[in-house]
Design a protein around this ligand. Structure first.
Ligand code: FES
Length: 106
């Protein structure tokens, strides 16, 4: 399914992501800048922070318990649409989803 990554400068990279993989993995696979993912998806680094675009937050859903706590430790202040991209699974129900990459992950 398609995932769009919007950079802080407004540049958008659309990738053809593999269903069943995380948004984080699809960013790394397509060399999208700004997703560090230091822990490799183990939910222990918070350097895979993205902000889901307003019109996609309902479809993507909110962060779950521990992810929600981790989002308090992101480099860029969390926003209502903030998620950790290793915890978002790409699938056809969110085909075309747009996420914003924060200015910093450290
Ligand atoms: Fe570390 Fe997502 S990759 S929390």
């Amino acid at each position: 399914s398609r995932v769009e990554f919007e950079q802080p400068d407004g540049t958008v990279t659309a990738v053809d992501a593999t269903d069943g993989e995380s948004v984080m993995r699809s960013a790394l696979a397509h060399l999208v800048p700004g997703i560090v993912a230091d822990c490799g998806g183990e939910l222990s680094c918070a350097t895979c922070h993205v902000v889901v675009a307003d019109d996609w937050t309902a479809a993507v859903g909110p962060p779950t318990g521990f992810e929600d706590e981790m989002l308090d430790a992101t480099a860029e202040e969390r926003e209502p649409g903030s998620r950790l991209s290793c915890q978002i699974t790409v699938d056809p129900s969110i085909d075309g989803v747009r996420v914003r990459v924060p200015a910093s992950q450290w």
